[in-house]
Design a protein around this ligand. Structure first.
Ligand code: PLP
Length: 462
């Protein structure tokens, strides 16, 4: 049975405005944004802040880009909606083409949906259908990882291991999902272990889990190449995904990689898996695909899976009303064109190096900064109570959350950790600015994060 200690946010003394919306917190309505442009968010006539996380690593080219607006409006004038069961549009076809055309990875087809959670659910169904098509109904299990996040729908939440979001709904979740250890070296690699030995231990655990379930019963292993919100920009140790791919191949199990958060350039390569030396059978993408201009996420499907469906029933019966919505596809197409034309993936790498340098210089020596890690423009600062033992703060102290809140007060929006819960290690803030961010803005962001950290450190009574 899942459990964790729940620490509700303190109610605001008086609510600034009544809201009819069912917000995430019923006690603490969020601030209103009145204007968003470039890297800034306006909250009131006198308050503009830097958006250093683009929501949750969504805004990859900043807000209110004129080219994206023009493309979306033009699409609205031409075809604003058709049902994909009967029709396709140039916007959807071009978007699939700009992502997949001449890709060297055998990724053959794209399915566009409206959110990362839906993409993950669709990926689960595709993976299951892959086996169903050849009369292998005994394949019914998924294996995912602890401290992962794959979304909020029932399927995606079942794969996830984010306890605060899962626990109340446990009776509704899929029972054919099990979880192995995260590949999270800072917290879980043993002192006496080399990186190679750590990877071997994780590989052995995965192999053991497949054998425990019976490898012939497993559909897929699902993992984020760089774990996003739940552990804070955690890339796997070198060789981990190659070992995973090999074990999956040994048993004919599919590899589904979830790049909803770390994909589309964010990690410094267009797909994060490119840095791992493996190719997934199914890939989910999301946030950076549309950059926040319209709801869109996607599933990229390998030739191997497509062929099986084509040679079988020839169908993927997964229609949804807003699948491949023309406005979402047109705006995402404009975003992807800008990323390609302006060399933003390379910029993500160079700006990421600059950000890393600034973060290390400003924070590495601090008492409670345990680890600074990331790739591209996807960085996290992990806080620990004790640098020697790497022990996280007690959840009730909400260290990372308080740093995030203080930074917000000081004018910079960063993304909080998922909130530590008992028995789960890690407490971090996440920085994921647009790929278009400047050095001056990055300096300002780091300065504010350092100041916020210092205030929280001073006020933390241990
Ligand atoms: N997968 C990953 C890795 C994510 O980070 C997220 C969202 O944070 C999702 C899936 C779910 O995406 P969405 O919030 O768009 O449903």
């Amino acid at each position: 049975t899942l459990s964790y200690d729940f620490h509700p946010p303190a109610p605001k003394p008086e609510s600034p405005h009544h809201s009819f919306l069912l917000h995430r917190s019923l006690l603490l309505p969020p601030d209103t944004v009145t204007h968003a442009s470039g890297t800034t968010l306006t909250l009131s006539p006198t308050r503009t802040i830097i958006d250093a996380c683009g929501g949750a690593a969504v805004s990859c080219i900043g807000h209110a880009n004129d080219e994206v607006l023009a493309a979306t409006i033009a699409q609205m004038r031409s075809v604003s909606y058709v049902h994909t069961g009967a029709y396709t549009t140039a916007a959807a076809e071009s978007l699939a083409s700009i992502i997949l055309n001449k890709n060297p990875y055998d990724l053959e087809k794209a399915l566009f949906v409206s959110s990362g959670s839906e993409a993950v659910d669709a990926a689960m169904k595709l993976a299951r259908q892959y086996f169903f098509e050849t009369g292998r109904p005994e394949r019914r299990n998924f294996v995912a990882r602890k401290q992962s996040y794959h979304g909020n729908t029932i399927g995606a939440m079942s794969l996830s291991s984010n306890l605060p979001r899962k626990v109340p709904y446990e009776p509704l979740l899929l029972t054919n999902v099990s979880h192995v250890s995260p590949a999270y070296a800072y917290q879980y690699q043993l002192a006496e272990e080399s990186e190679e030995q750590y990877v071997a231990r994780l590989a052995e655990e995965l192999d053991g889990e497949f054998r425990r379930l019976g490898p012939e019963s497993v559909i897929a292993f699902v993992a984020e190449p760089i774990v996003g919100a739940t552990s804070g920009c955690v890339p796997a140790p070198a060789g981990y995904f190659r070992a995973v791919r090999e074990i999956c191949d040994r048993y004919g199990i599919l590899l589904v990689l979830d790049e909803v958060m770390c994909g589309m350039g964010r990690s410094g390569s267009y797909f994060a898996f490119e840095q791992e030396g493996v190719v997934p059978d199914i890939l989910t993408i999301g946030k950076g695909l549309g950059g926040g201009y319209a709801p869109i996420a996607g599933v990229l499907v390998s030739r191997k899976v497509v062929d099986r469906l084509r040679d079988g029933t020839g169908m993927f019966n997964h229609g949804q009303t807003y699948q491949a919505h023309p406005l979402s596809c047109a705006s995402a197409l404009a975003v992807q064109k800008i990323i390609k034309r302006d060399g933003l993936v390379a910029r993500c790498r160079s700006m990421g190096q600059f950000l890393e340098g600034e973060l290390r210089e400003a924070l590495e020596g601090r008492k409670h900064v345990g680890n600074i890690r990331g790739r591209g423009l996807f960085w996290a600062v992990e806080f620990v109570q004790n640098k020697e033992t790497k022990r996280s703060f007690e959840p009730r102290l909400e260290f990372g959350h308080r740093v995030q809140k203080k930074a917000f007060d000081l004018g910079v929006a960063i993304y909080p950790g998922a909130g530590t819960v008992d028995g789960v290690r890690g407490d971090h803030v996440l920085i994921a600015p647009p790929y278009t961010i400047t050095e001056t803005e990055l300096r300002k962001i780091v300065e504010v994060v350092r100041e916020a950290y210092d205030v929280v450190e001073r006020s933390t009574m241990l």
